[in-house]
Design a protein around this ligand. Structure first.
Ligand SMILES: CC(C)(COP(=O)(O)OP(=O)(O)OC[C@H]1O[C@@H](n2cnc3c(N)ncnc32)[C@H](O)[C@@H]1OP(=O)(O)O)[C@@H](O)C(=O)NCCC(=O)NCCS
Length: 287
């Protein structure tokens, strides 16, 4: 019987963690070591590395990894990334990692109502795995890529650099997908990091949209755009966001509940590049 220990990663295990993480690609998000390193350091500073990240070890060697996050505003605990080294798969390690991740998430926030896992639609192998663990598909998030064309007409909204005092209004906007920033701490972190803009309807002088641009060294010709919007302003926010993009291409990740925006993006020439199921399960409560 192989003894597997599940525990938080140690600070010196960054490289070993990444090596196992990489074996999960293309079923997990493709990350450079630099990008991963920034995520690791930020999580270490914020305390998430010890409370929410987990490794499975055999003889103190890492054979599986899980990166978890609490989405406080939704009361969800999310198993964000999960990978087991190929030679150790099908021996129960993935199941242990999910179970221990759920415990870690609940310890961090005992008021969680749901656990969630994103499963790429091409990952047919993992769907029965998460379903066996009690998760069910409840939605889809689409990655839509296209050209950042700027129309010559007047922009429908005014765009200005986001300020910390915009946060209370932005918190009431609808985010493009479930992981969009919807708590003050994450929003403040994003705004302080730069590349965030608020969009104002000049006729009412109120903020109706929020946009964040992200750049990825691996895709130098593209900008990843995340956004939030006030009902009725979704398409205007997307169009305004596209006007300011400095790269040739733009990438959106939009949840299927925003049908009008997805329809608008397809009509503007955007195409689906990948998609992810949102699988969720209720946190069992002891009566
Ligand atoms: C998905 C993944 C994490 C699962 O990890 P794993 O360690 O293989 O998972 P488990 O061993 O717990 O379960 C896998 C299967 O082996 C079976 N199994 C579990 N324990 C077992 C044991 N002791 N002996 C034999 N089989 C076993 C399970 O029944 C399960 O079958 P199922 O998938 O049909 O439900 C792993 O395949 C992986 O890293 N894939 C690439 C990355 C990826 O897809 N990540 C996204 C996950 S949402």
């Amino acid at each position: 019987m192989i003894e597997t220990v599940v525990r938080p990663p140690r600070v010196e295990e960054q490289k070993a963690f990444f090596e196992v993480y990489e074996t999960g690609i293309p079923q997990v998000d493709s990350l450079t070591f630099d990008g991963f390193s920034r995520w690791w350091n930020r999580s270490r500073i914020m305390g998430d590395l010890s409370t929410l990240w987990r490794v499975a070890t055999v003889d103190d060697r890492i054979v599986g990894v899980a990166i978890n996050a609490v989405l406080d505003s939704l009361s969800w605990g999310s198993i964000w990334e999960l990978a087991v080294s190929p030679e150790w798969r099908n021996t129960g390690i993935g199941t242990r990692l999910v179970q221990e991740s759920e415990q870690a998430l609940l310890q961090r926030n005992p008021r969680l109502t749901h656990f969630s896992i994103g499963v790429k639609v091409h990952n047919s192998r993992s769907l029965p795995f998460v379903e066996r663990l009690g998760y069910g598909i409840q939605g889809l998030v689409l990655r839509l890529d296209g050209r950042a064309t700027r129309s010559a007409s007047e922009p429908p909204l005014e765009l200005h650099m986001a300020r910390l005092e915009d946060i209370p209004v932005v918190l009431h906007l609808t985010t493009d997908n479930y992981w969009g920033p919807s708590d003050p701490r994450t929003l403040e972190y994003s705004i302080r990091g730069g590349n965030c803009y608020s969009l104002t309807d000049s006729s009412t002088n109120s903020i109706v949209g929020f946009v964040r641009y992200e750049f990825d060294n691996d895709q130098a010709d593209s900008t990843v755009i995340s956004f939030s919007y006030l009902k009725g302003y979704g398409q205007a926010v997307v169009d305004c966001a596209l006007r300011e993009v400095s790269t040739e291409k733009a990438i959106f990740w939009v949840q299927d509940k925003h049908e009008d925006i997805i329809d608008h993006l397809y009509a503007s020439g955007f195409r689906k590049v990948e998609a992810e199921y949102l699988a969720k399960k209720r946190v069992p409560r002891l009566e």
